[in-house]
Design a protein. Structure first.
Length: 99
């Protein structure tokens, strides 16, 4: 697995807020969505990766967008995450081939 420059996480209550955050993050900066995880009790977390500045910018935009439609519980950036953290977030997916 390639080393990640940074990983960013946004945790919201409910999928609507998470989808709003994800849309804003992907539009705001050059980041890649790694995937999302259900935490429990209605909490869901989206993971993105990219350069540190891009991830910080994306998370700020995502949190602001999600707060307009729901509840943001946590936002966090980990610059240069340790390789052993890879098992804790969804693996990067390869884009589907266009037909």
């Amino acid at each position: 697995m390639a080393e990640l420059a940074a990983i960013g996480m946004v945790e919201t209550r409910g999928m609507v807020a998470l989808m709003e955050a994800t849309d804003a993050m992907l539009k705001a900066a050059h980041v890649e969505a790694l995937g999302w995880r259900k935490v429990g009790s209605g909490l869901v977390t989206m993971f993105v990766t990219g350069e540190v500045a891009a991830v910080k910018s994306a998370l700020a935009a995502g949190a602001a967008a999600a707060a307009k439609v729901g509840e943001v519980r946590a936002v966090h950036v980990i610059p240069r995450p340790h390789a052993e953290l890879a098992g804790l977030y969804p693996p990067a997916r390869k884009p589907a081939a266009r037909k």
